[in-house]
Design a protein around this ligand. Structure first.
Ligand code: BGC
Length: 283
């Protein structure tokens, strides 16, 4: 299936048409700047420009850096606060004049690693993490994802974990890789305490420099870097879109079946009534 996958971030909105069977990009990756302030309408308009420039009229799916439940944004840790309670799927669907699917950015990037990357085929507990402006988290077990885990906001060192060891904290505090690695190790150990993952996949920019801090990581779980790096968000969004379309199709085909059952039940009820009333007449 070909779906336009879009990765909406704080500085850039990136997209490409993805073949969800192979994970290949069918068009070049296009990146437009995220508008500032990144209000819902402004982001929606840049999304429209991106879709128009790619010139694609098929389904669109996006990753967005917030907790998203039933197509609505519920948190805004690193995005404009006006996003809270915005029905993002409805807004984007109206702007693009087609159905648009939206899920958490880390969840969709994790889906990509699970289908095509470092966690391909894994059935045990996989924890996918991104260390960028925030810490994104996604969890899978037997290939099933528990969405919106938001474990970048657990308490660590007396505060929000992502303010202690995200990628941007390393830059802001000018930490050496080994010092940042020690913080990441604390975080990973806390994740192990909570979730006992078998595999931890590190995404985001910092995974490119893994060898500079990997010796500071002491975990039971195997720790590896993501294979799709900056494309995971785009490819994963498309995979998410495909899942949603498949679910919709299944629901569509299950409706007539449900009606049949209801009709059969009604017919059975009629027969039962006839059967019980008939002997009464005879009495
Ligand atoms: C947000 C998450 C997001 C992560 C990575 C966090 O601040 O709360 O929703 O997945 O950043 O972008």
């Amino acid at each position: 299936m070909e779906i336009l996958g879009v990765d909406i971030g704080g500085t850039g909105i990136k997209g490409a048409v993805v073949d969800t069977e192979t994970g290949e990009l069918k068009t070049e990756r296009l990146r437009l700047l995220t508008p500032q302030p990144a209000t819902p309408q402004a982001v929606g308009e840049v999304l429209k420009q991106l879709v128009d420039q790619i010139d694609f009229d098929g389904p669109v799916a996006c990753g967005f850096p917030s907790r998203i439940i039933n197509g609505t944004v519920l948190t805004a840790a690193n995005v404009d606060k006006t996003w809270i309670n915005v029905p993002i799927e409805r807004l984007f669907s109206q702007i693009l004049n087609r159905k648009v699917f939206v899920a958490n950015d880390a969840d969709v990037a994790g889906l990509c690693e699970l289908k095509f990357g470092a966690a391909k085929g894994r059935k045990d507990v996989v924890l996918f993490l991104t260390f960028g402006t925030g810490i994104g988290t996604a969890i899978f077990y037997k290939g099933v994802m528990i969405p919106n885990t938001e474990l970048g906001h657990v308490e660590l060192n007396g505060g929000d974990a992502e303010r202690y060891c995200s990628g941007i904290v390393k830059e802001r505090e000018d930490l050496k890789w080994k010092d940042w690695g020690k913080r990441v190790n604390e975080y990973l150990q806390h994740m192990e305490f909570l979730l006992s993952p078998d595999l931890i996949v590190l995404g985001g920019g910092a995974s490119k420099k893994f060898d500079k801090y990997s010796d500071k990581l002491q975990t039971r779980a195997q720790v590896v870097t993501a294979t799709n790096l900056n494309l995971a968000g785009i490819i994963g969004a498309a995979i998410y879109g495909e899942r949603c379309l498949e679910e919709e199709a299944q629901q569509g085909t299950s409706k007539p079946a449900a009606k049949k059952t209801a009709a059969k039940k009604a017919a059975a009820k009629k027969t039962a009534v006839k059967k019980t009333t008939a002997p009464k007449k005879e009495e």
